[in-house]
Each structure stands twice: as C-alpha cells, then as structure tokens.
Design a protein around this ligand. Structure first.
Ligand code: ARG
Length: 356
C-alpha cells in the first residue's frame, strides 16, 4: 500500500507542477493510514489519477484525449436511488446532445468493513438479449446472461432487438436493485447508408455513448469498484463488431445479400464488402445525427500522436497491440507496424469478476 501511495503521490504532484507539496502530503497520508487503515484522495488527486488510468489503458486507441476527462465526484453517495440519479446525470452530461464529453463518475472506494458499490451492467447503456427456446436470440447475444439475471430479479423487457437493460445496483451483500432507464435517458442513432436506400429497412440502431461500468479504477493503493467511464465510439466497434460478430447481431450475411453479393463462396469476399458498408453506414449515421464518432484511420493517427507526445514527455507508452489495431483494414494504420510493451502501469482500470 505505502509503496503504491508513494509512487502515485510523487508522480501526481510532479506532473501537476507542485513537487514541493509532496513531503507534506505524504506525511499527512501516512498519519491517516496509521489512524484509519486508509486515506482519502483530494479532488485533484482523484481527477489526475483517473486521467492517468485512462493514459495507462493499454487497450485504448483513444488515449490522446486523456487530459480532457471530466471527473464527477460521487464519493458521498451510499444509497441505491441516489446512485441511480447520479448515473443518469453522468449519461446526460456525457451525451451533451451528441457532442460527447469523456466523463468518469467516481463512487466510494472499497474499504474494509464498508459495503462496496457494484453495478451488474457491463455498460450503463446496453441492449438486452433474449434467448429463445430454439436457441435464437432477439437482441444482443452478449447480453443474454445479464438479461436472464435481470429477469430473475423481476425485470421484463419489451422483447425488441434494442431494449435498453435496466441498471442493476448492488450495495455490499444487499439485494441488487434494478432501475429502468427513463425513455429519454439514452441518445440513440438509427443506422442508414449514404447510398443504399434499403439499409434503413434493416432497422438497425445503436446508442451514442459507450459507458463501461464493470472495471475497477485503481489509484495510489485505493480501489474504486464503481467508476463508470466513457469516451466516444470508433465506428468499427459498432460496424465491425457489435452489429457484425456472429456472437452479437450477426448482420453480415443479411447486408451482403441485400447488396447482391454471392454469399455462397468465400472468394466473392462478401463478408469483407458487407463489413465495409456497415462501417460506412455507422459513420454516416452518427455524423448525420450530430453524434461524436471517430473513424479508425483518424483514431490510429491520433494514437500515434499520443505516442509521440508521451515519448517527448519522457514516458514510455505501454499498449496491447492486439486490441489497439482496428478490426477493419488494420495494416493500413501505422499501429500495425509498431510494437508495444503490454505492461500494467497504475493508476489503471482493472476487470472485475462478473457478480451474477
Ligand atoms: N467496444 C465497446 C462497445 O462496442 C465499447 C468500449 C469502449 N469504447 C470506447 N470508444 N470508449 O460498446
């Protein structure tokens, strides 16, 4: 603990241009640790710590913007209703009518003897997946287990392919509480294609803001198990994975046959062609709707700028290459031709075990 505290405090105050405050702050934290077994972050430490956690996220291609992360301090909240209201505020502020603001909400840290807050959801906004007795799924296949868990708690969805899941909040070992999102909570984008008129008949859509809420934020020896955070989407996440993966919405064959491609042979490259048009449609639709999104070529250039800026600041960029390369045309980006050490540097975000 002491070691993590010290390395965080030294790094934090040095980067903030206040190295003179280090000895006093370390002595203060040491007293608090001896007296209570833990310590509190100042808002500035929390803010910079959260930004560093983003900067150190090896799988994230969007890290150029780490300094712009807005931190909402919800450490005082303990009760489910208040937590739900705070999460709604996060969704509203981060959505910002489409001009998405990278945002993190930080709730109480995990402390011995104190009930900790856990969200069962993977993201604050995510579509349900209903598994039928025939093995077919309506909605998002990745959500089947969480959907079943929500149903066991008494939730009933409408049964469409795009029902937003309720937020499931658990405090300590208490019973999980579920909260239906108000109809206007989520900005959603209907997916259309700039040239293919038939595309809108597929009735595809996606939500505007990806807000991950199943990772623990770790800063200076403290763990924040409830700390939902978001950036904006890169189009491949939706067009090449969420709507395309066989284990998700599985739309490639449908799109390819509407395009008139021969899906009976691999050599027509129908999957590849359908994939590209799906991605074109996602970019076009988000732009038309005025919702922030980045294409994978621009994101890769931004990542390489991040790499150069970090290097000139005397820091080494760590990264998980297999996640950094985009799933569409990866070799056309500079990242493909680079390598990164996949080492865990803290502060960071760490995966939490599935609670259901
Ligand atoms: N890949 C995830 C999804 O499609 C979101 C992960 C975070 N993405 C982001 N652009 N911040 O929902």
């Amino acid at each position: 603990m002491l070691q993590e505290v010290e390395s965080f405090i030294r790094g934090c105050y040095t980067e903030l241009g206040r190295p003179g405050d280090i000895p006093r702050r370390l002595a203060e934290i040491e007293r608090q640790l001896l007296a209570t077994g833990s310590y509190d972050h100042t808002f500035q430490e929390l803010e910079h710590g959260a930004r560093l956690a983003w900067r150190n996220s090896n799988r994230c291609i969007g890290r150029l913007f780490w300094k712009s992360l807005q931190v909402l301090d919800f450490r005082g909240l303990e009760e489910e209703d208040a937590i739900f209201e705070a999460l709604l505020r996060h969704i509203r502020q981060a959505t910002n009518r489409g001009k998405i603001v990278p945002t993190i909400s930080v709730f109480s840290p995990a402390l011995p003897g104190k009930p900790s807050i856990r969200l069962w959801n993977h993201q604050l906004l995510r579509y349900a997946g209903y598994l039928g007795s025939d093995g077919r799924v309506v909605g998002d296949r990745a959500s089947v287990r969480l959907t079943q868990a929500a149903e066991r708690l008494g939730w009933r969805g409408r049964g469409t392919a795009f029902d937003l899941l309720p937020l499931i909040i658990q405090v300590g070992d208490g019973p999980p509480h579920w909260f239906e999102l108000p109809a206007d909570a989520a900005l959603e984008v209907p997916i259309r294609h700039p040239e293919f008129g038939w595309f809108e008949d597929l009735h595809l859509q996606w939500y505007a803001v990806p807000i991950i809420c199943d990772m623990q934020l770790e800063i200076g020896g403290l763990a924040y198990p409830c700390a939902p955070f978001n950036g904006w989407y890169m189009e491949t996440e939706i067009g090449a994975r969420n709507l395309a993966d066989a284990g998700r919405y599985d739309m490639l064959a449908t799109v390819a046959s509407r395009m008139g491609l021969d899906t009976g042979t691999n050599v027509s490259l129908w999957k590849d062609k359908a994939l590209v048009e799906l991605n074109v449609a996602v970019l076009h639709s988000f732009k038309e709707a005025g919702v922030s999104i980045v294409d994978h070529h621009t994101a890769a250039e931004q990542f390489q700028l991040f790499d150069r800026l970090e290097t000139s600041a005397g820091r080494r960029v760590t990264g998980d290459w297999s996640w950094l390369i985009p799933p569409v045309s990866p070799a056309t980006t500079g990242i493909w031709h680079q390598s990164y050490a996949n080492e865990l540097v803290k502060p960071n975000f760490l995966a939490l075990p599935v609670p259901y």
